[in-house]
Every structure is written in C-alpha cells, then in structure tokens.
Design a protein around this ligand. Structure first.
Ligand code: AHR
Length: 492
C-alpha cells in the first residue's frame, strides 16, 4: 500500500493564486470566437464577451490572464486596436496562420474581459518590433489618472478612469520570435524599455523580463540567458519569465493529441516532470544573484503541445484534450506548488481552443476539457499554505519512461481546511493509499474524482463524457484511486 504523510503543522510557503493563471494570444480561435464574438453576434455575450465561457472561467477560479501574446506580442501595435472599430487598422498575423487581424479586440476589450472575469490583467509589451515610446504610451494610456495626451485619448475612446494594471511583460521570447536577439543585446534593450514602463500614481507596475526557451534535455536549459539577465538587468525587473512545453515526440513531430499509445502516454508524463528540472536550474541562477528572494519566476507559458487536429489550420494550434492532459496538469501544478518560494505566477497555454486549453468551442457550442476540471478541482489551493508532505509509492510506466505512480500536494487555507489533491498516473493499476495527517484530526468534507481511460475526452456531442463526480473511495483514512484518476479532497 502507498502512503501520503502530511504534516499539518509544517508550512512551506504560500501557493500564490497566480500559479493558476492563464494565457490568451491572438492565435487561431482563442480570442476571436473563443472569448470574443463581437457586439452583434447571436451567441449570448456581454459587450462582445461570450457569457458561457466567462461564467465557466469564473467558476474555475481564473486569477489572471496574459495577453496579447506570445509571439504575437512582439508584432502587436496597441494603437491599432483602440478607437472606432470601423477605422481600426487591419494587419496580417504572420506568426499564426497569416490571418487578417482586424484589431476589433484591443486594449479596452481585453481589460473589459478581465473585469468580467474578475481577474488581474497581465499585458505583454512589444520589444521585437515596437518602439520605446509606444510601450511608454501604452502604460500611460492604461494607467495614468491625471491630464496627459494618452489619458485624454483614453477618455475620448470612452474610458475616463484609468485601469489598475500590475503585471507588464517587456517582450516575449526575444531569443526567438521576439527578435532573435542575443542575451546581451536584449539585456540592454530591456533596461532601456523598462525605464519607461512607469508606475503612475498608486499603480505599481510589476515588470517581467523575457526569459529563455527551454526544452527536454540538458542541452536547451538556456541558463546563459537567465544568467546574463540577472547579471546585467536584475535591478530593473521583479520577475523573469520561463517557458516549457511538453510534447511526447520531437519538436517537428510532436505526436497526436488523440490515438496515442501507452508509451506515448508515459513519455508525455515523464517529460512534464522535466518542468521540475527547468525550475531548479533557473531558480539556482536567479538566487545566486538575488539572495534576498525579491525576484520571482513567472512561468508564463506551459502545457502540452501536440500535432494539430487533422484537418485544422496548422497555424491555429488546435488540439483535443484527454485524461493524459489532466495528468500533466496535476503533475505541473503540484511541481509549481513545491517551488512556491520562487514561482509567483504560471500561465497555462492557452485559455481557449489553443494547445492545452481548458475550454474548446465550436461556434455556439462549448465544452470543458479534462484540464479545466483539474484547475477547478484544485482551486482551493490558491493562496493557501503549502503543507510539508511526502508520498511513498511505486512506479508506473515502461523502463525508460517510468514515473512515480502518484503525484500529490496538500495545503491549508485561511479557514483551516486542508486540501489534498492526488493523481494515480498508472493506466492500468489502482492505487491503494493510506493518508496520514500528522498534527491534527480531520474529516472529509468534500471529495471529487475525475477519471477515465488515458485518451478519454469530451466532444461537442458528448461534452460531459469526462467530468468530476463525488468521490466515494475513502474509508478509514485509506483511498482507492482507480487507474488514470485525479482526486481532490477537502478536509476540515
Ligand atoms: O503558445 C504558443 C507560442 O509558444 C507562443 O506564442 C510563444 O511565446 C511560444 O513559443
């Protein structure tokens, strides 16, 4: 029998709610159709934002949303996306499918969406093809409360009061799609651009520097980029970004989202554990230069990336989402918890219809993916205190791709309740787990379980084929988790 031992008196730091953050790019059907349908569509909306999607995201507990990219951020010119919609400039979205972007979703619309979602906006500025003044004016436009050219223009465009904006990213992947820069060159540019990203009045901006790209295997940990940024620009940022995507195959042949075999299942899970290595390596570099712990890691892109759904536009990155993705979500969120001393934010890519999405839409239809359910079931971890815990369990998977059979995490909320989340990663073996809570006696208040075959997923015809149900596998402190399952237990 496996064991999970939790010390309810020993806390390890606060799990920032922003670890449960999200990312929305002008890519495929994420913004258009997925979130925004415009003011005259027949799909029920409020000021153009889909009501079904907004309600589901609020229920899931979305703490922040990053926008407008991604690679798109470094070719986005915000002034094209404000003012009279009929006069907004049309551009080509060269990164993502060469589609015409009509700029009907811009700054006002994004901040309206965040208001409706009751989440913090995180805006990513353009260093790759944008000007310093353009970035300066964007921040002024959004946050300046007095009399200024940008504040006046904002008012003319229908918004008198400034918005509150905390998170601002200065470029994205500037080693790649954001300008193909050397670390030294970006470090200098970062210092220059960040100088003009000002905190006006009481609005304190949290500045985020673009970080390295990482890949499975030590060759692409890219510590050099992080080191250069820490050496040369650390006094000017609060957070440095990291990205890591999980794909079972190679970059050029990632593997299918559906119709995969057991080896591909375990390969995917094993590679998602690599996230832990990525964080450890970069955290070590960050802390070498910042012993006080002021600078945090903003893991603003993570998730699974498969070959696109056959028959869909390859530039749209649309993929299905199965119980395998639910497992990756559980593993990844638990890893972020364990590094909550340095991870302030993590954003799964991307919110709707792109990569490891929590929601898929097909015109007026919408479904919640297994990944959505994990985020919703885990939400009581947000802003809770991580509890010291260990698990003693077996292994699952073939030799080269062996993973622990169980992943788990425990936290204590402000109201004293303890959340224990766990997943049985084995595709064919149930897990019998004894849970030992040292330091208090607790009873089960609520339990939920999500389970299914490794490739179980929801479709528009069967949108609730995979959905959580009450958990009844708990008796005398012992849990029975079926193969390929995720549970959340609230103990009080
Ligand atoms: O999420 C898709 C893309 O992946 C983003 O635009 C980019 O930042 C990353 O390479």
């Amino acid at each position: 029998m496996a064991r999970i031992i939790i010390d309810t008196e020993n806390t390890k730091g606060t799990i920032s709610k922003h670890i449960y953050g999200h990312f929305s790019e002008h890519l495929g059907r994420c913004i258009y159709e997925g979130l925004y349908v415009g003011e005259s569509d027949t799909i029920p909306h409020k000021n153009g934002m889909r009501k079904d999607v907004v309600n589901a995201l609020k229920e899931m507990g979305i703490p922040n949303l990053r926008w407008p990219g991604g690679c798109f951020a470094d070719e986005y010119h915000w002034k094209d996306g404000v003012g009279d919609k009929s006069k907004r400039k049309r551009m080509v979205n060269t990164h993502w499918g060469g589609m015409v972007e009509d700029n009907s979703f811009g700054t006002h619309e994004f901040l309206e969406l965040c208001d409706q979602l009751e989440c913090e906006p995180y805006i990513n500025g353009n260093v790759g093809s944008g000007e310093v003044a353009e970035m300066q004016e964007w921040v002024e436009y959004m946050t300046f409360g007095g009399e200024s050219p940008m504040a006046l223009w904002r008012e003319q465009n229908g918004r008198k009061e400034p918005w509150g904006l905390k998170y601002f990213g200065v470029g994205n992947e500037n080693w790649g799609c954001g300008g193909n820069m050397r670390a030294e060159h970006y470090a200098d540019l970062y210092r220059r651009y960040a100088t003009y990203v000002r905190s006006y009045g009481g609005n304190k901006i949290y500045r985020i520097a673009s970080g390295p790209g990482t890949d499975y295997g030590h060759d692409r940990l890219n510590q050099c980029w992080t080191r250069t940024m820490m050496e040369q620009a650390r006094h000017m940022f609060d957070g440095i970004s990291l990205h890591y995507y999980t794909f079972p195959g190679s970059w050029h042949q990632k593997g299918p989202a559906l119709g995969f075999n057991e080896t591909e299942y375990y390969t995917t899970l094993k590679k998602s554990y690599w996230l832990d290595e990525v964080i450890k390596h970069h955290a070590a570099v960050v802390r070498r230069f910042d012993g006080e712990g002021r600078i945090k890691i903003i893991f603003d892109e993570w998730g699974t990336w498969y070959d696109v759904e056959p028959g869909t536009n390859p530039g749209f990155l649309y993929q299905q989402n199965t119980m395998r993705d639910a497992m990756v979500a559980a593993i990844s969120l638990h890893i972020f918890h364990n590094h909550c001393d340095i991870i302030h934010m993590a954003n799964i890519a991307q919110l709707v219809n792109v990569l490891q999405a929590v929601i898929l839409t097909d015109k007026e239809k919408m479904l919640l993916t297994p990944t959505y359910h994990v985020f919703r079931m885990f939400k009581t971890h947000q802003d809770a205190e991580l509890l010291a815990s260990i698990s003693v369990d077996g292994k699952a998977g073939p030799d080269e791709w062996t993973v622990p059979q169980i992943t788990h995490s425990a936290s204590r909320a402000a109201d004293g309740t303890v959340t224990l989340t766990a997943a049985n990663l084995s595709v064919d073996k149930a897990a019998e787990i004894e849970v030992i809570l040292a330091g208090g006696s607790y009873t089960l208040k609520k339990g939920e379980i999500l389970c299914g075959a490794m490739d179980a997923h929801n479709t528009f015809d069967a949108p609730r084929a995979v959905a959580p149900v009450p958990f009844d596998g708990c008796k005398d402190g012992k849990l029975t988790l079926p193969p390929c399952s995720v549970v959340s237990l609230i103990l009080g």
